[in-house]
Design a binder for this molecule. Structure first.
Ligand SMILES: *Cc1c(COP(=O)(O)O)cnc(C)c1O
Length: 232
């Protein structure tokens, strides 16, 4: 307990930034928007500090970095979201240690996650990642693949389809991102007519979340604006 408290005083800005984002969300009419704290490159102590302030959901990109933190913080019953590029040989560990996977973008991953998730854990919550701006070399299914992927996730007893996620190209022109968010929101609305249970549209990061919320985001993924800049 004492070591805990000592560690907390190392990051006095965290509480302030957390309060500021929650306030901003409130001002934007986004009280119902979920805040995912993206904790890549951040320590278990910082995650613990945020958890003490009431934050439950954390996002990680790199499996080897995430696993020790998930184990160390295991007793806190946090909700872990895998948001990084995923390969099928990593699916067993994602299925075993995470509650959500937001970066599912091809059938191989659907099948691997579905077969590796232990039914006793309850279903893995799945978002399909969509490449909404056709940027080459980037993760994400093309929009025309989404219907088939969604059908496969919905049919797997160990998975639960929750919605869509996108990372628009980091254009300095916010209108370009706004258009990408609008395309994802339209795709989400279409998908919902076949899958009325879907409830999560994960879009918006530190520098564009107000725009994403205006376009219908239900979950924003915030790293830098919460934890400060990441070391490379
Ligand atoms: C790193 C990352 C974020 C957070 O980015 P910030 O700009 O630091 O808020 C959100 N989503 C994904 C998929 C990421 O990789």
């Amino acid at each position: 307990m004492t070591s805990h408290t000592a560690k907390h005083s190392e990051h006095p800005d965290l509480a302030q930034r957390y309060a500021a984002i929650r306030q901003r969300l409130h001002e934007l009419g986004g009280d119902g928007v979920r805040l995912l704290a993206v904790s890549k490159k951040k320590s278990a102590a910082e995650i613990a500090q945020l958890a003490d302030l009431g934050q439950r959901a954390f996002g990680e990109n790199y499996l080897q970095e995430a696993l020790p933190k998930i184990v160390e913080l295991g007793e806190r019953k946090l909700e872990w979201h895998f948001i990084g590029r995923l390969q099928s040989n990593k699916c067993a560990e994602v299925a075993a240690h995470f509650d959500w996977c937001q970066s599912v973008d091809r059938m191989r991953l659907v099948n691997a996650l579905a077969s590796r998730r232990d039914p006793a854990q309850g279903p893995l919550q799945v978002l399909l990642q969509v490449n909404v701006d056709g940027e080459q070399g980037k993760g994400g299914a093309v929009p025309s693949e989404v219907v088939d992927l969604a059908g496969a996730v919905a049919a797997a007893p160990t998975l639960r389809l929750r919605g869509l996620m996108a990372i628009p190209e980091p254009s300095p022109d916010l209108r370009v991102r706004e258009a990408a968010f609008a395309r994802l929101a339209a795709l989400f609305a279409d998908l919902r007519s076949d899958h009325p249970q879907i409830d999560t549209l994960s879009m918006g990061m530190s520098d564009d979340y107000p725009t994403a919320i205006a376009q219908g985001s239900t979950m924003i993924r915030i790293g830098t604006a919460l934890f400060g800049p990441r070391a490379r």
